[in-house]
Design a binder for this molecule. Structure first.
Ligand code: G6P
Length: 579
Protein backbone atom coordinates (compact mmCIF):
# COMPACT_ATOMS: atom_id res chain seq x y z
CA UNK A 1 0.00 0.00 0.00
CA UNK A 2 1.08 3.64 0.20
CA UNK A 3 4.81 4.09 0.59
CA UNK A 4 6.76 6.97 2.12
CA UNK A 5 10.37 7.99 1.63
CA UNK A 6 11.88 11.26 2.89
CA UNK A 7 15.42 12.60 3.13
CA UNK A 8 17.18 15.54 4.72
CA UNK A 9 20.89 15.63 3.91
CA UNK A 10 23.88 17.95 3.79
CA UNK A 11 24.38 16.81 0.16
CA UNK A 12 22.18 17.98 -2.71
CA UNK A 13 20.96 14.58 -3.90
CA UNK A 14 17.85 14.28 -1.69
CA UNK A 15 15.40 14.09 -4.65
CA UNK A 16 17.32 11.28 -6.37
CA UNK A 17 17.58 9.38 -3.07
CA UNK A 18 13.83 9.72 -2.71
CA UNK A 19 13.31 8.50 -6.27
CA UNK A 20 15.39 5.38 -5.73
CA UNK A 21 13.81 4.86 -2.28
CA UNK A 22 10.34 4.97 -3.85
CA UNK A 23 11.50 2.47 -6.48
CA UNK A 24 12.51 0.15 -3.65
CA UNK A 25 9.08 0.34 -2.02
CA UNK A 26 7.07 0.11 -5.26
CA UNK A 27 6.42 -3.56 -4.48
CA UNK A 28 3.99 -2.52 -1.74
CA UNK A 29 1.47 -1.67 -4.48
CA UNK A 30 0.46 1.81 -5.70
CA UNK A 31 -1.37 3.61 -8.46
CA UNK A 32 0.30 7.06 -8.47
CA UNK A 33 3.42 8.70 -7.11
CA UNK A 34 4.99 12.05 -6.34
CA UNK A 35 8.14 13.80 -5.05
CA UNK A 36 8.39 17.26 -3.45
CA UNK A 37 11.79 18.96 -3.21
CA UNK A 38 12.58 22.21 -1.43
CA UNK A 39 14.15 24.58 -3.95
CA UNK A 40 14.88 28.22 -3.17
CA UNK A 41 12.02 29.24 -0.98
CA UNK A 42 9.26 26.77 -1.76
CA UNK A 43 8.44 23.22 -2.75
CA UNK A 44 8.54 21.93 -6.32
CA UNK A 45 6.44 18.85 -6.90
CA UNK A 46 6.55 16.21 -9.64
CA UNK A 47 3.76 13.66 -9.61
CA UNK A 48 1.92 11.35 -11.91
CA UNK A 49 -0.49 8.47 -12.09
CA UNK A 50 0.65 4.93 -12.88
CA UNK A 51 4.06 3.53 -12.03
CA UNK A 52 7.31 5.43 -11.53
CA UNK A 53 9.33 5.95 -14.72
CA UNK A 54 12.58 3.99 -15.08
CA UNK A 55 14.53 7.28 -15.01
CA UNK A 56 13.65 10.75 -13.81
CA UNK A 57 15.60 14.00 -14.02
CA UNK A 58 15.19 15.77 -10.72
CA UNK A 59 16.50 19.07 -9.36
CA UNK A 60 19.22 19.26 -6.72
CA UNK A 61 18.00 19.78 -3.16
CA UNK A 62 18.88 18.97 0.45
CA UNK A 63 15.36 18.06 1.43
CA UNK A 64 12.83 15.97 -0.40
CA UNK A 65 9.86 13.75 0.44
CA UNK A 66 8.05 11.29 -1.78
CA UNK A 67 5.12 8.93 -1.83
CA UNK A 68 3.58 6.05 -3.70
CA UNK A 69 -0.22 6.25 -3.36
CA UNK A 70 -2.78 3.47 -3.26
CA UNK A 71 -6.05 5.34 -3.68
CA UNK A 72 -8.56 5.37 -0.83
CA UNK A 73 -10.06 8.90 -0.62
CA UNK A 74 -10.50 10.16 -4.16
CA UNK A 75 -9.74 8.41 -7.44
CA UNK A 76 -6.41 7.81 -9.12
CA UNK A 77 -5.65 11.30 -10.44
CA UNK A 78 -2.57 13.50 -10.58
CA UNK A 79 -4.25 16.00 -8.26
CA UNK A 80 -4.91 13.32 -5.64
CA UNK A 81 -1.33 11.99 -5.73
CA UNK A 82 0.90 13.03 -2.80
CA UNK A 83 2.83 15.14 -1.80
CA UNK A 84 0.23 17.82 -1.10
CA UNK A 85 0.98 21.49 -0.44
CA UNK A 86 -0.59 24.16 1.73
CA UNK A 87 -1.83 27.42 0.16
CA UNK A 88 1.61 29.06 0.43
CA UNK A 89 3.52 26.08 -1.11
CA UNK A 90 5.94 26.37 1.80
CA UNK A 91 4.57 23.31 3.59
CA UNK A 92 4.23 19.84 2.18
CA UNK A 93 2.94 16.48 3.39
CA UNK A 94 2.87 12.79 2.52
CA UNK A 95 0.52 10.51 4.41
CA UNK A 96 -0.34 6.86 4.94
CA UNK A 97 -3.62 5.92 6.55
CA UNK A 98 -7.15 7.25 6.64
CA UNK A 99 -8.30 10.36 8.52
CA UNK A 100 -11.74 9.20 9.60
CA UNK A 101 -12.98 12.68 10.59
CA UNK A 102 -11.49 14.62 7.66
CA UNK A 103 -14.83 16.00 6.50
CA UNK A 104 -15.56 17.51 9.94
CA UNK A 105 -12.04 18.94 10.08
CA UNK A 106 -12.33 20.36 6.56
CA UNK A 107 -15.53 22.24 7.51
CA UNK A 108 -13.56 24.15 10.14
CA UNK A 109 -11.08 25.46 7.57
CA UNK A 110 -12.07 28.80 6.08
CA UNK A 111 -10.39 30.54 3.16
CA UNK A 112 -8.21 27.61 2.03
CA UNK A 113 -8.05 26.37 -1.55
CA UNK A 114 -8.28 22.60 -1.99
CA UNK A 115 -7.03 21.07 -5.21
CA UNK A 116 -7.62 17.37 -4.44
CA UNK A 117 -10.30 15.13 -2.96
CA UNK A 118 -7.95 13.65 -0.37
CA UNK A 119 -8.08 13.59 3.41
CA UNK A 120 -4.32 14.29 3.29
CA UNK A 121 -4.74 17.77 1.87
CA UNK A 122 -6.99 18.66 4.80
CA UNK A 123 -4.12 17.84 7.18
CA UNK A 124 -1.64 20.18 5.51
CA UNK A 125 -4.13 23.08 5.52
CA UNK A 126 -4.84 22.39 9.21
CA UNK A 127 -1.10 22.59 9.87
CA UNK A 128 -0.90 25.81 7.83
CA UNK A 129 -3.65 27.24 10.03
CA UNK A 130 -1.91 26.07 13.22
CA UNK A 131 1.36 27.64 12.16
CA UNK A 132 -0.34 31.02 12.71
CA UNK A 133 -0.61 30.38 16.45
CA UNK A 134 1.95 27.71 17.34
CA UNK A 135 5.60 28.58 17.73
CA UNK A 136 7.05 25.83 15.57
CA UNK A 137 6.33 23.29 12.86
CA UNK A 138 6.75 20.53 15.44
CA UNK A 139 4.03 21.99 17.68
CA UNK A 140 1.71 22.72 14.76
CA UNK A 141 2.05 19.13 13.51
CA UNK A 142 1.59 17.68 17.01
CA UNK A 143 -1.59 19.66 17.70
CA UNK A 144 -2.99 18.78 14.27
CA UNK A 145 -2.05 15.11 14.57
CA UNK A 146 -3.91 14.84 17.86
CA UNK A 147 -7.09 16.01 16.15
CA UNK A 148 -6.96 13.24 13.50
CA UNK A 149 -9.13 10.17 14.04
CA UNK A 150 -7.88 6.83 12.70
CA UNK A 151 -4.51 5.22 12.11
CA UNK A 152 -2.16 7.58 10.33
CA UNK A 153 1.49 8.29 9.61
CA UNK A 154 2.45 11.71 8.30
CA UNK A 155 5.68 13.26 7.10
CA UNK A 156 5.56 17.06 6.90
CA UNK A 157 8.17 19.62 5.94
CA UNK A 158 8.64 23.37 5.85
CA UNK A 159 11.89 23.09 3.89
CA UNK A 160 14.04 23.43 7.01
CA UNK A 161 13.07 20.27 8.87
CA UNK A 162 11.06 17.13 8.37
CA UNK A 163 8.51 16.34 11.07
CA UNK A 164 7.17 12.80 11.34
CA UNK A 165 4.22 11.62 13.43
CA UNK A 166 2.66 8.21 13.52
CA UNK A 167 -0.05 6.07 15.01
CA UNK A 168 -0.68 2.65 13.49
CA UNK A 169 1.03 2.97 10.12
CA UNK A 170 4.64 1.74 9.98
CA UNK A 171 7.58 4.15 9.67
CA UNK A 172 11.31 3.69 10.16
CA UNK A 173 13.95 6.40 10.50
CA UNK A 174 17.56 5.94 9.37
CA UNK A 175 20.64 7.89 10.42
CA UNK A 176 23.18 8.19 7.59
CA UNK A 177 26.54 9.96 7.58
CA UNK A 178 24.98 12.88 5.69
CA UNK A 179 21.62 13.22 7.43
CA UNK A 180 18.38 11.43 8.18
CA UNK A 181 15.90 9.41 6.19
CA UNK A 182 12.41 8.13 6.85
CA UNK A 183 10.63 5.31 5.05
CA UNK A 184 7.71 2.97 5.40
CA UNK A 185 10.00 -0.02 4.79
CA UNK A 186 13.35 -0.52 6.53
CA UNK A 187 14.84 -2.36 3.52
CA UNK A 188 14.59 0.82 1.44
CA UNK A 189 16.93 2.55 3.90
CA UNK A 190 19.70 -0.04 3.67
CA UNK A 191 21.63 1.56 0.76
CA UNK A 192 22.18 4.59 3.02
CA UNK A 193 22.36 3.23 6.54
CA UNK A 194 22.01 0.23 8.79
CA UNK A 195 21.24 2.36 11.84
CA UNK A 196 17.48 2.23 12.13
CA UNK A 197 14.88 3.56 14.51
CA UNK A 198 11.54 1.70 14.39
CA UNK A 199 8.98 4.29 15.43
CA UNK A 200 6.49 3.51 18.16
CA UNK A 201 2.92 4.73 17.91
CA UNK A 202 2.06 8.19 19.24
CA UNK A 203 5.55 9.51 18.62
CA UNK A 204 6.56 12.64 16.78
CA UNK A 205 10.05 13.57 15.71
CA UNK A 206 11.88 16.35 14.01
CA UNK A 207 14.84 15.86 11.69
CA UNK A 208 17.16 18.71 10.69
CA UNK A 209 20.87 18.91 11.59
CA UNK A 210 19.95 16.62 14.49
CA UNK A 211 17.04 14.44 15.50
CA UNK A 212 14.65 15.02 18.39
CA UNK A 213 11.92 12.62 19.46
CA UNK A 214 8.84 13.31 21.59
CA UNK A 215 5.56 11.80 22.67
CA UNK A 216 2.89 13.26 20.40
CA UNK A 217 0.39 13.78 23.21
CA UNK A 218 2.55 15.71 25.69
CA UNK A 219 5.60 16.66 23.59
CA UNK A 220 7.82 15.13 26.27
CA UNK A 221 11.26 14.43 24.77
CA UNK A 222 12.70 10.90 24.90
CA UNK A 223 15.96 9.33 23.77
CA UNK A 224 15.57 7.40 20.52
CA UNK A 225 16.96 3.87 20.51
CA UNK A 226 18.54 3.18 17.14
CA UNK A 227 19.36 -0.44 16.26
CA UNK A 228 22.15 -1.51 13.94
CA UNK A 229 20.84 -4.22 11.62
CA UNK A 230 23.05 -6.61 9.67
CA UNK A 231 20.64 -7.03 6.75
CA UNK A 232 21.93 -7.34 3.24
CA UNK A 233 20.35 -4.88 0.79
CA UNK A 234 21.13 -7.12 -2.18
CA UNK A 235 18.78 -9.74 -0.67
CA UNK A 236 15.92 -7.42 -1.59
CA UNK A 237 17.07 -6.77 -5.17
CA UNK A 238 16.17 -8.72 -8.32
CA UNK A 239 19.69 -9.95 -9.05
CA UNK A 240 19.42 -11.73 -12.44
CA UNK A 241 15.83 -12.80 -12.15
CA UNK A 242 13.09 -11.32 -14.37
CA UNK A 243 10.65 -11.14 -11.45
CA UNK A 244 10.79 -11.11 -7.67
CA UNK A 245 8.20 -13.87 -7.59
CA UNK A 246 10.49 -16.23 -9.50
CA UNK A 247 13.51 -15.28 -7.40
CA UNK A 248 11.55 -15.81 -4.20
CA UNK A 249 10.26 -19.20 -5.32
CA UNK A 250 13.83 -20.29 -6.08
CA UNK A 251 14.91 -19.21 -2.59
CA UNK A 252 12.46 -21.59 -0.93
CA UNK A 253 14.74 -24.61 -0.36
CA UNK A 254 17.17 -22.29 1.44
CA UNK A 255 14.34 -20.69 3.42
CA UNK A 256 13.28 -24.14 4.66
CA UNK A 257 16.84 -24.82 5.74
CA UNK A 258 16.97 -21.45 7.51
CA UNK A 259 13.84 -22.41 9.44
CA UNK A 260 15.56 -25.63 10.49
CA UNK A 261 18.33 -23.52 12.06
CA UNK A 262 15.88 -22.09 14.55
CA UNK A 263 14.56 -25.19 16.29
CA UNK A 264 15.25 -23.72 19.74
CA UNK A 265 12.73 -20.93 19.20
CA UNK A 266 10.16 -23.50 18.09
CA UNK A 267 10.89 -25.73 21.11
CA UNK A 268 10.39 -22.79 23.48
CA UNK A 269 7.12 -21.84 21.84
CA UNK A 270 5.91 -25.45 22.04
CA UNK A 271 6.23 -25.28 25.84
CA UNK A 272 4.02 -22.17 25.88
CA UNK A 273 1.43 -23.80 23.59
CA UNK A 274 1.24 -26.84 25.90
CA UNK A 275 0.48 -24.63 28.90
CA UNK A 276 -2.06 -22.33 27.21
CA UNK A 277 -5.79 -22.59 27.82
CA UNK A 278 -6.75 -22.24 24.21
CA UNK A 279 -4.43 -21.39 21.32
CA UNK A 280 -5.66 -19.25 18.45
CA UNK A 281 -3.98 -18.78 15.10
CA UNK A 282 -4.83 -15.67 13.08
CA UNK A 283 -3.60 -14.24 9.80
CA UNK A 284 -4.86 -12.66 6.58
CA UNK A 285 -4.74 -13.81 2.96
CA UNK A 286 -2.02 -16.35 2.43
CA UNK A 287 -1.10 -16.32 6.11
CA UNK A 288 -4.68 -17.31 7.00
CA UNK A 289 -4.27 -20.52 5.01
CA UNK A 290 -1.07 -21.28 6.90
CA UNK A 291 -3.13 -20.85 10.09
CA UNK A 292 -5.87 -23.16 8.83
CA UNK A 293 -3.21 -25.72 7.96
CA UNK A 294 -2.11 -25.38 11.59
CA UNK A 295 -5.52 -26.66 12.75
CA UNK A 296 -5.06 -29.84 10.70
CA UNK A 297 -1.40 -30.29 11.64
CA UNK A 298 -2.01 -29.81 15.35
CA UNK A 299 -4.81 -32.34 15.20
CA UNK A 300 -2.92 -34.93 13.16
CA UNK A 301 0.51 -34.55 14.76
CA UNK A 302 0.06 -33.09 18.23
CA UNK A 303 -3.49 -34.43 18.83
CA UNK A 304 -4.36 -30.96 20.01
CA UNK A 305 -7.18 -28.63 19.12
CA UNK A 306 -6.13 -25.14 18.11
CA UNK A 307 -8.52 -22.48 16.81
CA UNK A 308 -8.17 -20.47 13.67
CA UNK A 309 -9.66 -17.28 12.28
CA UNK A 310 -8.90 -14.87 9.50
CA UNK A 311 -7.65 -11.69 11.13
CA UNK A 312 -10.49 -9.44 10.01
CA UNK A 313 -13.12 -11.75 11.57
CA UNK A 314 -11.34 -12.41 14.84
CA UNK A 315 -12.65 -9.31 16.59
CA UNK A 316 -16.19 -10.65 16.16
CA UNK A 317 -15.43 -14.00 17.80
CA UNK A 318 -12.77 -13.23 20.36
CA UNK A 319 -15.01 -12.76 23.39
CA UNK A 320 -13.64 -15.97 24.89
CA UNK A 321 -10.03 -14.73 25.08
CA UNK A 322 -8.60 -14.52 28.59
CA UNK A 323 -5.25 -13.88 30.20
CA UNK A 324 -4.57 -17.62 29.89
CA UNK A 325 -5.18 -17.79 26.13
CA UNK A 326 -2.44 -17.77 23.54
CA UNK A 327 -2.79 -15.83 20.29
CA UNK A 328 -0.34 -16.70 17.51
CA UNK A 329 -0.51 -13.92 14.93
CA UNK A 330 1.01 -14.92 11.61
CA UNK A 331 2.03 -12.14 9.23
CA UNK A 332 4.84 -11.75 6.71
CA UNK A 333 4.93 -7.97 7.03
CA UNK A 334 3.90 -7.73 10.66
CA UNK A 335 1.90 -4.65 9.64
CA UNK A 336 -1.41 -5.99 8.30
CA UNK A 337 -4.07 -3.90 9.99
CA UNK A 338 -6.53 -6.80 10.24
CA UNK A 339 -3.95 -8.63 12.33
CA UNK A 340 -2.74 -5.66 14.34
CA UNK A 341 -6.25 -4.63 15.45
CA UNK A 342 -7.30 -7.95 16.97
CA UNK A 343 -3.86 -8.26 18.58
CA UNK A 344 -4.36 -4.82 20.14
CA UNK A 345 -7.71 -5.93 21.55
CA UNK A 346 -6.30 -9.24 22.80
CA UNK A 347 -3.55 -7.36 24.60
CA UNK A 348 -6.19 -5.48 26.57
CA UNK A 349 -7.37 -8.90 27.80
CA UNK A 350 -3.78 -9.75 28.73
CA UNK A 351 -3.72 -12.67 26.29
CA UNK A 352 -0.18 -13.81 25.50
CA UNK A 353 0.74 -12.72 21.99
CA UNK A 354 3.10 -14.61 19.72
CA UNK A 355 4.34 -12.93 16.54
CA UNK A 356 5.22 -15.33 13.75
CA UNK A 357 6.50 -12.73 11.32
CA UNK A 358 9.14 -12.12 8.70
CA UNK A 359 9.83 -8.56 9.78
CA UNK A 360 12.05 -7.71 12.69
CA UNK A 361 10.96 -4.41 14.24
CA UNK A 362 7.49 -4.49 12.65
CA UNK A 363 4.44 -3.38 14.63
CA UNK A 364 3.42 -6.97 15.34
CA UNK A 365 6.97 -7.88 16.33
CA UNK A 366 7.07 -5.02 18.80
CA UNK A 367 3.64 -5.80 20.25
CA UNK A 368 4.28 -9.50 20.84
CA UNK A 369 5.34 -11.17 24.10
CA UNK A 370 7.03 -13.98 22.18
CA UNK A 371 8.64 -13.42 18.78
CA UNK A 372 9.49 -16.05 16.19
CA UNK A 373 10.98 -14.82 12.93
CA UNK A 374 10.04 -16.62 9.72
CA UNK A 375 13.64 -16.52 8.42
CA UNK A 376 12.43 -16.00 4.82
CA UNK A 377 14.42 -12.83 4.02
CA UNK A 378 12.81 -9.82 2.31
CA UNK A 379 9.82 -10.74 0.15
CA UNK A 380 8.76 -8.25 -2.53
CA UNK A 381 6.35 -9.96 -4.92
CA UNK A 382 2.79 -9.17 -3.86
CA UNK A 383 1.87 -12.85 -4.04
CA UNK A 384 3.57 -14.43 -1.06
CA UNK A 385 5.62 -17.56 -1.79
CA UNK A 386 8.70 -18.02 0.36
CA UNK A 387 7.16 -16.37 3.42
CA UNK A 388 4.18 -18.72 3.12
CA UNK A 389 6.48 -21.73 2.87
CA UNK A 390 8.28 -20.51 5.99
CA UNK A 391 4.92 -20.14 7.79
CA UNK A 392 3.97 -23.71 6.83
CA UNK A 393 7.33 -25.08 7.94
CA UNK A 394 7.30 -23.22 11.27
CA UNK A 395 3.75 -24.30 12.08
CA UNK A 396 4.46 -27.88 11.04
CA UNK A 397 7.57 -27.99 13.21
CA UNK A 398 5.66 -26.45 16.09
CA UNK A 399 3.04 -29.20 15.92
CA UNK A 400 5.82 -31.81 15.94
CA UNK A 401 7.50 -30.04 18.86
CA UNK A 402 4.26 -30.05 20.85
CA UNK A 403 4.04 -33.80 20.15
CA UNK A 404 7.63 -34.22 21.41
CA UNK A 405 8.72 -35.35 17.91
CA UNK A 406 10.59 -32.30 16.68
CA UNK A 407 13.47 -34.28 15.17
CA UNK A 408 11.06 -36.26 13.03
CA UNK A 409 9.45 -32.99 11.91
CA UNK A 410 12.86 -31.55 11.03
CA UNK A 411 13.68 -34.66 8.97
CA UNK A 412 10.56 -34.36 6.83
CA UNK A 413 11.03 -30.61 6.36
CA UNK A 414 14.55 -31.31 5.07
CA UNK A 415 13.07 -33.94 2.73
CA UNK A 416 10.50 -31.44 1.51
CA UNK A 417 13.28 -28.92 0.77
CA UNK A 418 14.85 -31.48 -1.57
CA UNK A 419 11.48 -32.14 -3.17
CA UNK A 420 10.93 -28.39 -3.68
CA UNK A 421 14.26 -28.38 -5.53
CA UNK A 422 13.01 -31.08 -7.88
CA UNK A 423 9.66 -29.30 -8.42
CA UNK A 424 11.64 -26.17 -9.38
CA UNK A 425 13.56 -28.24 -11.95
CA UNK A 426 10.26 -29.14 -13.60
CA UNK A 427 9.40 -25.57 -14.63
CA UNK A 428 9.34 -26.49 -18.38
CA UNK A 429 6.67 -29.10 -17.63
CA UNK A 430 4.60 -26.57 -15.66
CA UNK A 431 5.01 -24.05 -18.47
CA UNK A 432 3.49 -26.54 -20.93
CA UNK A 433 0.57 -27.10 -18.57
CA UNK A 434 0.08 -23.34 -18.22
CA UNK A 435 -0.04 -22.99 -22.01
CA UNK A 436 -2.65 -25.74 -22.15
CA UNK A 437 -5.02 -24.12 -19.59
CA UNK A 438 -4.26 -20.40 -19.84
CA UNK A 439 -7.50 -19.53 -21.66
CA UNK A 440 -9.69 -20.98 -18.92
CA UNK A 441 -12.11 -18.61 -17.19
CA UNK A 442 -12.54 -20.83 -14.14
CA UNK A 443 -10.42 -23.38 -12.39
CA UNK A 444 -11.04 -25.52 -9.32
CA UNK A 445 -8.68 -27.07 -6.84
CA UNK A 446 -9.62 -29.99 -4.62
CA UNK A 447 -7.99 -31.32 -1.49
CA UNK A 448 -8.98 -33.01 1.72
CA UNK A 449 -7.41 -32.93 5.18
CA UNK A 450 -4.01 -31.24 5.12
CA UNK A 451 -4.51 -30.59 1.41
CA UNK A 452 -7.70 -28.55 1.90
CA UNK A 453 -5.85 -25.39 3.06
CA UNK A 454 -3.36 -26.10 0.26
CA UNK A 455 -6.23 -26.06 -2.24
CA UNK A 456 -7.34 -22.68 -0.87
CA UNK A 457 -3.83 -21.24 -0.99
CA UNK A 458 -3.25 -22.62 -4.51
CA UNK A 459 -6.46 -20.97 -5.71
CA UNK A 460 -5.40 -17.66 -4.17
CA UNK A 461 -1.99 -17.85 -5.84
CA UNK A 462 -3.56 -18.57 -9.25
CA UNK A 463 -6.15 -15.77 -8.86
CA UNK A 464 -3.62 -13.14 -7.81
CA UNK A 465 -1.13 -13.88 -10.55
CA UNK A 466 -3.29 -14.87 -13.55
CA UNK A 467 -6.70 -13.24 -12.84
CA UNK A 468 -8.29 -16.60 -13.66
CA UNK A 469 -11.16 -17.29 -11.31
CA UNK A 470 -9.80 -20.16 -9.20
CA UNK A 471 -11.53 -21.71 -6.21
CA UNK A 472 -10.33 -24.24 -3.70
CA UNK A 473 -12.77 -26.78 -2.29
CA UNK A 474 -12.71 -29.54 0.26
CA UNK A 475 -13.26 -32.68 -1.82
CA UNK A 476 -16.27 -33.58 0.30
CA UNK A 477 -18.01 -30.32 -0.65
CA UNK A 478 -17.93 -31.13 -4.34
CA UNK A 479 -21.35 -32.74 -4.42
CA UNK A 480 -22.75 -29.87 -2.32
CA UNK A 481 -22.40 -27.35 -5.10
CA UNK A 482 -19.09 -27.14 -6.90
CA UNK A 483 -19.88 -30.06 -9.20
CA UNK A 484 -22.50 -27.86 -10.91
CA UNK A 485 -19.66 -25.66 -12.16
CA UNK A 486 -17.75 -28.38 -13.98
CA UNK A 487 -18.16 -28.42 -17.75
CA UNK A 488 -16.12 -29.90 -20.58
CA UNK A 489 -12.50 -28.92 -20.27
CA UNK A 490 -12.72 -27.11 -16.89
CA UNK A 491 -9.27 -27.48 -15.31
CA UNK A 492 -9.44 -29.13 -11.88
CA UNK A 493 -6.30 -29.61 -9.83
CA UNK A 494 -6.56 -32.51 -7.40
CA UNK A 495 -4.06 -32.98 -4.57
CA UNK A 496 -3.60 -36.68 -3.86
CA UNK A 497 -0.99 -37.20 -1.16
CA UNK A 498 -0.06 -40.57 0.30
CA UNK A 499 -2.27 -40.16 3.34
CA UNK A 500 -5.72 -41.04 4.65
CA UNK A 501 -7.41 -38.74 2.10
CA UNK A 502 -6.07 -40.58 -0.96
CA UNK A 503 -9.04 -42.83 -1.80
CA UNK A 504 -11.70 -40.23 -1.17
CA UNK A 505 -10.00 -37.49 -3.17
CA UNK A 506 -9.36 -39.91 -6.06
CA UNK A 507 -13.10 -40.60 -6.05
CA UNK A 508 -13.60 -36.83 -6.39
CA UNK A 509 -11.17 -36.80 -9.31
CA UNK A 510 -13.22 -39.49 -11.02
CA UNK A 511 -16.43 -37.55 -10.39
CA UNK A 512 -15.16 -34.37 -12.03
CA UNK A 513 -13.59 -36.33 -14.88
CA UNK A 514 -16.99 -37.94 -15.59
CA UNK A 515 -18.35 -34.38 -16.05
CA UNK A 516 -15.69 -33.53 -18.60
CA UNK A 517 -13.11 -31.80 -16.38
CA UNK A 518 -9.46 -31.69 -17.36
CA UNK A 519 -8.02 -33.34 -14.26
CA UNK A 520 -4.55 -32.31 -13.13
CA UNK A 521 -3.34 -34.78 -10.52
CA UNK A 522 -0.60 -33.63 -8.16
CA UNK A 523 0.46 -36.79 -6.45
CA UNK A 524 3.22 -39.24 -5.58
CA UNK A 525 1.76 -41.69 -8.12
CA UNK A 526 -0.16 -41.57 -11.37
CA UNK A 527 -3.81 -42.59 -11.62
CA UNK A 528 -6.19 -43.30 -14.46
CA UNK A 529 -8.40 -40.44 -13.23
CA UNK A 530 -5.70 -37.92 -14.18
CA UNK A 531 -5.56 -36.29 -17.61
CA UNK A 532 -2.28 -34.72 -16.57
CA UNK A 533 0.06 -35.99 -13.87
CA UNK A 534 2.52 -33.90 -11.91
CA UNK A 535 4.68 -36.06 -9.68
CA UNK A 536 5.69 -34.88 -6.22
CA UNK A 537 7.46 -37.46 -4.07
CA UNK A 538 5.86 -38.36 -0.77
CA UNK A 539 7.56 -36.64 2.17
CA UNK A 540 4.81 -37.37 4.73
CA UNK A 541 2.98 -34.43 6.30
CA UNK A 542 5.49 -32.02 4.73
CA UNK A 543 4.28 -32.98 1.21
CA UNK A 544 2.05 -29.92 1.49
CA UNK A 545 5.18 -27.81 0.98
CA UNK A 546 6.21 -29.01 -2.51
CA UNK A 547 2.52 -29.27 -3.42
CA UNK A 548 2.00 -25.58 -2.92
CA UNK A 549 5.19 -24.79 -4.84
CA UNK A 550 3.61 -26.52 -7.85
CA UNK A 551 0.66 -24.09 -7.64
CA UNK A 552 2.97 -21.08 -7.20
CA UNK A 553 4.89 -22.00 -10.33
CA UNK A 554 1.70 -22.64 -12.25
CA UNK A 555 0.35 -19.22 -11.22
CA UNK A 556 3.63 -17.61 -12.27
CA UNK A 557 3.62 -19.30 -15.69
CA UNK A 558 -0.05 -18.43 -16.22
CA UNK A 559 0.69 -14.78 -15.48
CA UNK A 560 3.47 -14.72 -18.10
CA UNK A 561 1.27 -16.43 -20.67
CA UNK A 562 -1.53 -13.94 -19.98
CA UNK A 563 0.91 -10.99 -20.12
CA UNK A 564 0.44 -9.96 -16.50
CA UNK A 565 3.28 -8.75 -14.31
CA UNK A 566 3.26 -11.39 -11.56
CA UNK A 567 4.99 -9.05 -9.12
CA UNK A 568 2.30 -6.39 -9.27
CA UNK A 569 -1.21 -7.79 -9.60
CA UNK A 570 -3.81 -5.12 -10.32
CA UNK A 571 -5.56 -3.55 -7.31
CA UNK A 572 -3.50 -5.53 -4.78
CA UNK A 573 -0.89 -4.38 -2.30
CA UNK A 574 1.87 -6.24 -0.51
CA UNK A 575 1.15 -4.76 2.85
CA UNK A 576 -2.45 -3.91 3.69
CA UNK A 577 -2.17 -1.30 6.41
CA UNK A 578 -5.63 0.31 6.14
CA UNK A 579 -8.99 -1.35 6.74
C1 G6P B 1 -1.67 -8.97 1.22
C2 G6P B 1 -0.56 -9.61 0.40
C3 G6P B 1 -0.56 -11.11 0.61
C4 G6P B 1 -0.48 -11.44 2.09
C5 G6P B 1 -1.54 -10.72 2.92
C6 G6P B 1 -1.24 -10.80 4.40
O1 G6P B 1 -2.90 -9.37 0.74
O2 G6P B 1 -0.74 -9.33 -0.96
O3 G6P B 1 0.54 -11.68 -0.06
O4 G6P B 1 -0.64 -12.82 2.26
O5 G6P B 1 -1.55 -9.34 2.59
O6 G6P B 1 -0.03 -10.16 4.63
P1 G6P B 1 0.92 -10.42 5.86
O7 G6P B 1 2.04 -9.45 5.66
O8 G6P B 1 0.11 -10.11 7.08
O9 G6P B 1 1.35 -11.84 5.82
Amino acid sequence: MCGIFGVITTKSDAPSQVFSGLSDIEYRGYDSWGIASFIGNSFQVVKNIGFLPKKLTLPKANLSIGHTRWATHGGVTVANAHPHLDCTKKLTIVHNGIVENYQDLQKKLKGHTFVSETDTEVIIHLIEERMKTEKSLLRAVAVTFRSLKGLNAIVVSDGKSIVVAKKGSPLVVGKSKDGFLVASDPNALLPYTKELLFLEDETILEMNEGLSTYGVLDLKPFKPSFQTVDWDYSASTLKNYPHFMLKEMYEQPQVLRNVLQNLDGIKDLAKVVKKAYGTYLIGCGTASYACLLGVYLFSAIAKKHVNYSIGSEFDYIEDYLTDKSLLIAVSQSGETIDVIEPVTHAKVKKTTIVALTNTLGSTLYRMADIKLLLQAGPEKAVASTKAYIAMQANILLLSFAVAGRLEEGARIVEKSAKEVESVLKKIPQIKKLANRISAADHMYILGRGLSFPIALESALKIKETSYIHAEGFAGGELKHGALALITTGTPVIVYVPNDETKEAVLANATEVKARGAFVIGVSFQNNSAFDYFFEVKDTGASSVIPHVVFAQLLGYQLSLKRKINPDKPRNLAKSVVVK
